[in-house]
Design a protein around this ligand. Structure first.
Ligand code: SF4
Length: 337
């Protein structure tokens, strides 16, 4: 396979020329726009990033590094709302600030200078070099790991450092250093459309003739199994006499600056009627959110809680599960008026 790498690249790139999908980040050479797409796509599906308009909306709100560097927390998190992993938005702003402070607003092309920027790891640095500047760089994400593990029939765990190191080495050897941009786009497209997780479409694969996989559906091998933990979450739905809703501003690691209905221990509010429910998943947790209706007089706001009008709430960032239950409850209470 490695000996025939030139023929492999040719087959891959030709197929991509005919079947590659047209994404906005494939049309641009602007490093900032490429970076936004890469960060959004790190933990979010293309269908969500594009189909729900996140990418376009973000670039309309923050069209360049200067605009993002000057962004305030609340509007920044509001435009990111629904994508999850909110630290990504703040880190993106840190990157923009560093690009302005250290490089006068122009992204560097040098690998080490890119790696020195906050929030830029080896994958993102390689992706920026390849997709924005068409410069060589190893670009290994989950798609590429899967494709290479299958192409090389690699049965060692790819979530262990030794296995991952091997994948990076193959990625480096296989890369088309003369045409990095198109080559990396093609390899990723292969992982997204043919060599997908689960059962791949080998009979429609442009590089099947190079592939060493014996049982591709079993690859890549992973050692770590993520245990899912079920969690109950109990929240309060309280409105005061002027229609304002009691909300709490999070200050934890994950969702700092996001607003949500205040939560309490289940035993404390179990006697109150449940008026809305929502199940959602976050990292390795599967959460069952139950919202209990109380009366405003019975509860004193705790630290970080505030009464807010529905108009103010619309402008504040909020985790999506809470946004859905809150919208539903506000609509129901409007219907009853
Ligand atoms: S032949 Fe199948 S397993 Fe091999 S690269 Fe193509 S889609 Fe993946």
């Amino acid at each position: 396979m490695l000996e025939r790498r030139e023929a492999f690249r040719d087959a891959l790139v030709k197929w991509f020329g005919r079947h590659g999908r047209d994404y906005p980040w494939r049309r641009t050479r602007d490093a900032y726009e490429v970076l936004v797409s890469e960060v959004m796509l790190q933990q979010t599906q293309i269908a969500t990033v594009l189909g729900k308009g996140y990418y376009t909306r973000f670039l309309e709100t923050y069209p360049d590094v200067a605009a993002l560097a000057a962004a305030d927390d609340a509007p920044l998190l509001r435009v990111w709302e629904g994508l999850g992993y909110y630290r990504r938005a703040r880190m993106l702003r840190e990157t923009a600030r560093a690009v302005i402070a250290r490089h006068r607003g122009e992204f560097p092309r040098d690998l080490h200078e890119l790696l020195d920027l906050p929030g830029i790891g080896p994958y993102t640095a390689g992706a920026l070099r390849a997709f924005a500047f068409d410069l060589p760089g190893t670009v290994v994400d989950g798609n590429v790991i899967r494709v290479l593990a299958r192409l090389m029939n690699f049965s060692s765990p790819v979530d262990q450092s030794q296995g991952l190191r091997q994948i990076w080495q193959w990625a480096e050897v296989l890369e088309d250093k003369a045409h990095p941009r198109i080559y990396h786009s093609a390899l990723m497209e292969l992982g997204q459309t043919r060599c997908r997780p689960g059962v791949p479409e080998c009979n429609a694969c442009p590089v099947a003739g190079f592939c060493l996989a014996q049982e591709p559906a079993r690859l890549p091998v992973k050692q770590r199994k993520t245990a899912i933990t079920e969690v109950d979450e109990h929240a309060l739905w309280l409105r005061d006499e002027s229609g304002r809703v009691l909300l709490h501003c999070e200050d934890g690691k994950r969702r700092t600056g996001l607003w949500k209905l205040p939560t309490r221990a289940g035993a404390e509010i179990a006697c109150l009627p449940v008026v809305a429910e929502q199940r959602y998943a976050i990292t390795r947790y599967r959460v069952w959110l139950r919202v209990h209706a109380g009366t405003a007089q019975g509860f004193a706001p705790l630290e970080g809680e505030a009464w807010l009008s529905p108009e103010a709430i619309a402008r504040l960032p909020m985790p999506s599960p809470f946004r859905s239950v809150l919208q539903k409850l506000l609509e129901e209470s409007t219907d009853r008026v």
